[in-house]
Design a protein around this ligand. Structure first.
Ligand code: UD1
Length: 339
């Protein structure tokens, strides 16, 4: 029995594939390489000693998905494959709805009639919008997400809840806070395609001289230093949470289950703290300037992680400093690869 990992060569997907293999799961990857490269498969192989079966196609091609499901005995699916750039989703909302929802629906159309009962979904803390109270726990009321990207995640959750109930399946909806860092081997990490939107990749490229200066969006937030606060979780810790969530759904005895977990560290850090932390961890300078707030950004988000601790026996254990070190090591690896 194997685990189908869609988007398994992407940022969080590839780290999860490594953890799955190291927990003795057989992994089948489907990835259309729209936001990564096949080279990540080599990294997975170097780390684990296993080269998982890999199918390069877009999940909107349902006939190809059918072939994979006929060729392998699949026990569960971890579904990462999706577009994820918030700003881009505002410019191309229909592409986001098409890609993120059609691929999900194709998977569920296939699974509903097959004996594949376990499904893990990449969701996001964006489903909470700007929550009224911190920390955010799983019962915090959901708000309309600010972006089309966020709405695809919210809709994905709703679709999966209906799927679990109507078809007696077990689903786990994992709401990530802000994933950062790379594997300690520096053999896999987030591949930079274009100008980064997210904070830590932008800091890293500024330190490396690829970008001239980091813009810090907003110095007038009602926080201690005036910059916005997020919960930055190390990607390997996040990957391990997927294995824990997967084991829970697989071993769950009743035929229908909807699990929801916040995956963060429980600690908020401001943009300035992350910049200073990166400088201190890696002994580098990051040039920055303050700019107006970015449209759609919220002031503060950090997780209450007690449910995942209690029910999954999982807790993020890597410090912000350690995570920021791995980001820089990965950057150096990319530079040596390109030189
Ligand atoms: C966003 C999404 C989240 C998604 C994540 C990864 C929302 C509310 N959040 O998180 O769902 O999972 O992207 O794609 O939709 N910043 C700067 N300068 C920069 C970049 C960022 O100051 O160059 C600041 C931002 O204003 C923000 C913080 O850094 O305060 C984090 O930004 P970012 O890394 O883009 O993540 P989110 O917007 O929190």
């Amino acid at each position: 029995m194997a685990i189908l990992v869609t988007g398994g060569l992407g940022y969080i997907g590839s780290h999860t594939v490594v953890e799955l293999i190291q927990s003795n799961f057989e992994v089948i990857i489907v990835d259309d390489l729209s936001n990564t490269e096949k080279y990540i498969l080599d990294g997975i192989q170097k780390i684990t000693g296993v080269r998982p079966v890999f199918y390069p196609f877009d999940l909107k091609r349902r006939e190809l998905l059918t072939q994979v499901l006929e060729a392998h005995k699949i026990e569960a699916c971890i579904h990462f494959a999706a577009y994820k750039a918030v700003g881009e989703s505002q410019e191309k909302p229909i592409d986001y709805y098409e890609n993120n929802l059609f691929s999900l629906i194709n998977l569920l159309q296939e699974f509903k009639s097959r004996n594949i009962s376990n499904f893990i979904f990449s969701s996001s803390c964006t489903v909470y919008g700007q929550a009224d109270e911190m920390p955010i726990w799983e019962e915090t009321p959901l708000k309309q997400p600010e972006s089309s990207y966020g709405r695809t995640k919210r809709m994905g959750e709703d679709i999966l809840k209906d799927f679990a109930i109507a078809h007696h399946k077990k689903v786990s909806l994992l709401r990530y806070f802000n994933p950062i860092g790379a594997h300690p081997s520096a053999l896999i990490g987030e591949l930079p395609l274009g100008v980064p939107n997210n904070l830590v990749p932008y800091i890293c490229q500024t330190a490396a001289g690829i970008r001239a200066c980091l813009s810090i969006f907003g110095q007038d937030y009602p926080t201690a230093d005036g910059t916005a606060i997020r919960d930055y979780i190390y990607v390997v810790d996040l990957a391990k949470a997927h294995v824990a969530a997967l084991k829970k759904v697989i071993h769950h005895k009743t035929d229908s289950l909807i699990d929801i977990y916040n995956l963060g560290t429980g600690k908020g850090s401001s943009v300035l703290e992350v910049v200073k932390g990166f400088e201190a961890a890696n002994q580098v300078r990051v040039k920055y300037e303050f700019k107006p707030r970015r449209t759609g950004d919220i002031t503060i988000a950090y997780a209450d992680v007690s449910k995942a601790e209690r029910e999954l026996n999982w807790k993020a254990s890597t410090s912000l400093e350690e995570a920021l070190k791995t980001t820089w090591q990965w950057q150096k690896h990319l530079e040596s690869r390109n030189s």
